[in-house]
Design a binder for this molecule. Structure first.
Ligand code: ZN
Length: 156
C-alpha cells in the first residue's frame, strides 16, 4: 500500500480513456489499496485510477464514511438535473458549477468482483459521475458553467 502523487491537469494520463478491468487480480487489489491511501492522504471524497496514473476503470467514492469501490462503473440511467459546485484533486485551487443528473443508477463490480447496482442521488450521484468522467479523460473544468479560483470544500 502506498500514497501516490495525484496527477494534475496538464498530465496526458488525465486525458486518456481507461480500459475495462477484465479480471480482478492481486494487481487490481493493490491498485485499489493505493487509491484509498492516496485519496485519504489528500482528504478527498473520491478518486479515479487515472488520477494516480493507472488507466483502468476503477473508482472509489467515500461519503459519510461509506466507502464504495466500483470496477467498470456505468451510469445506466440518469434522471433530473442539478447544478452544484465541484472541485477536483487533479485541478488544484479551482471550483466550478457543474450541471449533472440529480439521480443515477450505477452498475459495476465491487472489489470482490460481485455485481453491484446503486441508486444514488445528490452528492453521491455527482461524485460517481465526476469519477466516471475521469475514466473517459474528462475533467470538471470541461463542463463547468464557470470556473473560479477558489479552494474547493470537497475534492474528488
Ligand atoms: Zn476529479
Amino acid at each position: 500500500m502506498a500514497v501516490l502523487p495525484i496527477r494534475k491537469i496538464g498530465d496526458p494520463v488525465l486525458r486518456s480513456r481507461s480500459k475495462e478491468v477484465e479480471e480482478i487480480t492481486d494487481k487490481t487489489r493493490e491498485l485499489i489499496d493505493n487509491m484509498i491511501d492516496s485519496m485519504e492522504a489528500a482528504d478527498g471524497i473520491g478518486l479515479a485510477a487515472p488520477q494516480i496514473g493507472v488507466l483502468q476503470r476503477v473508482i472509489i467514492v467515500e461519503i459519510e464514511d461509506d466507502l464504495k469501490v466500483t470496477i467498470n462503473p456505468v451510469a445506466v440511467t440518469k434522471k433530473g438535473e442539478a447544478v452544484a459546485e465541484e472541485g477536483c484533486l487533479s485541478v488544484p485551487g479551482k471550483t466550478g458549477l457543474v450541471k449533472r443528473a440529480e439521480e443515477v443508477t450505477i452498475t459495476g463490480l465491487n472489489a470482490q468482483g460481485e455485481e453491484v447496482k446503486y441508486e444514488l442521488e445528490g452528492l453521491k450521484a455527482r461524485a460517481f459521475l465526476h469519477e466516471i468522467d475521469h475514466l473517459d479523460g474528462i475533467l470538471f473544468v470541461d463542463k463547468a458553467l464557470e470556473v473560479k479560483e477558489e479552494e474547493p470544500e470537497m475534492l474528488e
